[in-house]
Design a protein around this ligand. Structure first.
Ligand SMILES: O=C(O)CCC(=O)C(=O)O
Length: 344
């Protein structure tokens, strides 16, 4: 580990943290993580966000920050959207190298305000087609939305994003793993520190995720917090994961502070996205504003990758994302089409 002085981080005793009530009963019998997740992927996200330690950034539900209403941009027609998404995004060699060193990159103006508004509108309609309004819900998530909407499909299977992912990962061909609608309601807490490679049941490090915020996202709204460095995950891997408490998140934060690791938690402009490598260590802030923080995630992986031999509960209900594919098999289900191939 070239750049980090190794330190020994002790996970705090579990008794320091609240017990977790969001884990399905079948997964709550033992402290093992090498077992199958027994809930849905939405339950997975609810459980996962409950592992965030919010003690340093307490939420005050009575004093949420009011935001100015944003002017709604004109929505593009489907033809205009298709034209925008067919256009390759020019990325420089320097940006690729920066991504490979830092483990993430932020890029501005990848998508136009009109296209983002259209995507936001479509995702919300889809979400509320499946879910009732619930004032008690703080975190909402839904995956595979591209299977239900031609508009969302345009984004997920776009050459613009697929080629950019392949170029940054330095691979010749990528498939989609899944998409993710991630909505933090006003007053929703943090997303715990993690690296996605710990979650993905894919036997490859050539995996990356676009995080696409669908509104201006100031710090108070909970943008992604991206730690810099491709090696940092090795230290995170040594911290024991506890499925019942906030100890893992807490210990990673202590480590980042102790090692004075650079963390990028700057606001996101509209049209700005991040692309994080599956080894990037990241989390996200709490939403202290009175508006929803909606982000759309899309993950791509190198064509030809296999499922790991023994997925764990950390991967959630992963078979939903690649129906019919078994552990150790090459991932090529109809839900994982090739989005970009150099020879196309
Ligand atoms: O949107 C968020 O709060 C977190 C997203 C994230 O960490 C992820 O998709 O890996």
């Amino acid at each position: 580990m070239a750049n980090y002085q190794k330190i020994n981080v002790e996970a705090k005793s579990l008794s320091n943290f609240k017990a977790n009530s969001d884990i399905p009963a079948a997964n709550a019998q033992t402290d093992r993580i090498d077992e199958t997740w027994s809930g849905t992927n939405e339950q997975w996200w609810n459980w996962y966000t409950s592992l965030a330690d919010n003690s340093k950034e307490p939420l005050n539900q009575e004093t949420l920050i009011p935001l100015n209403e944003q002017v709604a941009p004109q929505l593009p027609s489907i033809k205009e959207l298709q034209q925008e998404l067919a256009e390759p995004y020019p990325i420089s060699e320097e940006q690729i190298q920066q991504f490979q060193t830092d483990s993430y990159i932020r890029i501005k103006n990848i998508l136009s305000p009109g296209s983002l508004s259209l995507l936001r509108q479509e995702l919300k309609q889809l979400f509320y087609r499946h879910h009732k309004l619930d004032p008690n819900r703080k975190f909402s998530s839904m995956e595979l939305m591209w299977q239900e909407s031609d508009t969302v499909k345009e984004f997920v299977l776009s050459k613009r994003l697929g080629k950019l992912a392949a170029n940054l990962l330095q691979v010749s061909s990528v498939r989609v793993y899944h998409d993710d609608f991630l909505c933090k309601e006003p007053g929703c807490g943090r997303t715990p520190w993690h690296y996605d490679g710990f979650h993905y049941p894919i036997a490859s490090n050539n995996i990356g995720t676009f995080w696409i915020p669908l509104q201006l996202t100031p710090k108070a709204m909970g943008p992604l917090e991206l730690a810099k460095g491709m090696e940092l995950h090795k230290l995170v891997k040594e911290i024991p994961f506890d499925k019942f408490s906030q100890s893992h998140d807490h210990a990673i934060r202590e480590m980042l502070q102790a090692l004075d690791i650079q963390v990028d938690s700057e606001p996101f402009l509209l049209g700005e996205v991040s692309f994080q490598h599956c080894l990037n260590v990241h989390g996200a802030g709490a939403n202290h504003t009175n508006e929803q923080r909606i982000a759309f995630g899309i993950s791509y992986f190198e064509n030809g990758s296999r499922v790991i031999s023994s997925p764990t509960l950390i991967s959630g209900d992963w078979q939903k994302f690649m129906p019919g594919i078994q552990p150790s098999e090459i991932i090529s289900s109809p839900y994982n089409p090739i989005v970009y191939d150099l020879v196309d």
